[in-house]
Design a protein around this ligand. Sequence first.
Ligand code: FAD
Ligand code: NAG
Ligand code: NAG
Ligand code: NAG
Length: 642
Amino acid sequence: MKFFDFFTLGSSFLTLAPSPVLASPVTARDQLEYEYIVVGSGAGGGPLACRLAMAGHKTLLIEAGNDQNRNLNITVPAYQAIVSNDPKIRWDMFVNHYQDQTRAMRDPKYVYEVAPYQYHVGPDPPSGAKPLGILYPRAGTLGGCVTHNALILITPHASDWDGIASITGDNSWAATNMNQYLDKVYEWLPVEPTDPTILLSDLKLVQQLASGAAVMGVGPDPLAAVIGLANTLLNDPNSRLNPTRDSTQGFFQIPLIMKNGARTAVRDHIDATVQAGYPLTVRENCHVTNITFDTSGSTPKATGVNYLDGSYLYRASPLSGGQGTPGSATASKEVIISGGAYNTPQLLKLSGIGPSAELNNLNIPVVVDLPGVGTNMQDRYEIPVNVKHGSDFVVLNGCTFDEKPHDECLTRWENNPYVLAARGAYATNGLAGTMVVRSNYASTTDVDMFIFGGPVDFTGYYPGWADAAVADHKHWSWYTLKAHTRNRAGTVQLRSTDPLDTPIINFNYFDTGTTAGRADTLDLDAMIQAVNMSREALRRYSNYAILGGDAFIEEEPGLAVQSDEDIGQYIKDRAWGHHASCSAPIGVDNDPNAVLDSQFRVRGVQNLRVVDASVFPRIPGVFIQAPIMMVSEKAADVILNG
Ligand SMILES: Cc1cc2nc3c(=O)[nH]c(=O)nc-3n(C[C@H](O)[C@H](O)[C@H](O)COP(=O)(O)OP(=O)(O)OC[C@H]3O[C@@H](n4cnc5c(N)ncnc54)[C@H](O)[C@@H]3O)c2cc1C
Ligand SMILES: *[C@@H]1O[C@H](CO)[C@@H](O)[C@H](O)[C@H]1NC(C)=O
Ligand SMILES: *[C@@H]1O[C@H](CO)[C@@H](O)[C@H](O)[C@H]1NC(C)=O
Ligand SMILES: *[C@@H]1O[C@H](CO)[C@@H](O)[C@H](O)[C@H]1NC(C)=O
């Protein structure tokens, strides 16, 4: 079955208009009274602020980072690893997968600080090095993590929305109703897959991808592998024409947030909204420190925010150092917090909204005792099977991933702005095709694993991972991303009352988290199955020997790791995540851990909402930016239309 609903081969001769530089907000700096204040410009806050302004409301969008427009790290899709290492953009969070540090240190990606922003990775740290945990990249920049992420847009499953409707009894969350918000997202978000012709020029790449397709029963005939794979890559995993899409297994293309091979997303939507003259003020280099309340009535009412002006204030930034200049702004209608899964709970707690015991310990006056703030946090697990070939993938010939004049792939990308296929290897994030799998351990009929492949050497996050990922052109990896994970045991707690400190983040992976109903072993077994399937794809590579690809050796997990027990230990030690969410969840009135009602309103106060990755009761879909953007559009509708 083929679905052609957005992909049209070779039709990309559209103009790629360079974005104008974001209008300077400086003229508006004196007028600090707004109708709405939105804190955080990522997937949750950005689209919402645009809609509020487009409806004519005077809106202030506050962003701790700044606009990195025209930074090629952002716009070149193949720089998706490099961009997450850009000090002007990145926020390095260090998290605990396990609170038991001895266990956490089994991960070779475990990080120690040897001097401010200087790290040691792995065992045998120098004496005096301070254990930090596992690097979790975030972005402090206009557009949030959407500005530096891997560009993959996968829409959620109907069950994700129907689940919220059934928990809350609010039928506006039903999947049939949520569909309209995806239409709204597509009004401003361009999405296109990697042009297959870029991939098909590299027969070794074809051979690896065809082998993955073969595992899913749709492998092309070896004698016609190129055209066969090209056809397979027409399959859109987001198809809205396939009524059984959520449960459809197979081999699919990967849709990316780009236009003519250049990342175009939330940052550009914000810019376009400002340029169009809507009453949107963007205040960048501004770190919100707490929410202000009018406590004269029976219910505290949010009235605005306090902040610190200054660039790179937050200590997650490697450029941080200053203290900033205090200021404040008021919102006559509402304050909306969209700082992301870590910063939203931090900001709520700093403002007196959270578990009273934690706030009392830090002498923060309690505005509302909401025990659920910073609990229920969830993520996916990701793990690779990683191999090294004897020779390069030719599709990467000339790619140095460093923006220098000798970066021939960049020259090609820059010289062919209008023809996607001609832009070459830099017009893709490098991850071109995916197995879509319903594991033997899934709880519903929905698929619950993506196993995507690409010529990359990536084994998770640690300082320096981005350079290592592209250091040679010989590696291939199959990455398993486990969806509908069952662990709900993550927490975000204050390290101190200093708003520029990062919070303490515990994920409590696998058996140290949710175990009821064998939750941890079901997730782990699904991932072991995926490692098996990745290896099965690698075995089938020899069936396509006619394509001429050379041999490889497995580096991770490595051939010594074979039994389910050993594969399971490998996964427990080394898995990582990048879809942190659910840390200020929507819930029903009588749920003591519900932070929000079904209209995003923070319980126990007026005029305050949360709109970002934090709001979900359960982690949605397979990738998270699409559901967050849909939530952002829904929130705008709820706020504007009641
Ligand atoms: C390396 C990486 C790759 C990823 N790849 C993908 C992918 O391919 N597909 C996908 O679907 N998802 C991906 N994700 C996840 C996705 O990008 C994020 O989950 C999503 O952007 C989160 O949206 P958000 O609005 O909740 O928060 P964010 O996008 O993080 O936005 C929050 C914003 O708030 C700002 N902020 C925070 N606190 C304050 C404060 N106190 N004052 C002022 N501003 C503040 C931050 O600077 C930030 O800009 C990836 C994530 C990472 C880290
Ligand atoms: C891109 O990021 C790298 C770090 O990965 C950095 O060294 C470089 O300066 C950045 N490029 C630009 C244009 O800012
Ligand atoms: C917010 O911070 C200011 C000082 O920066 C403090 O005076 C105020 O009490 C705080 N408000 C709340 C609600 O925590
Ligand atoms: C993984 O493969 C091995 C060897 O074929 C098999 O014994 C095992 O049951 C598989 N594990 C899972 C979880 O599918």
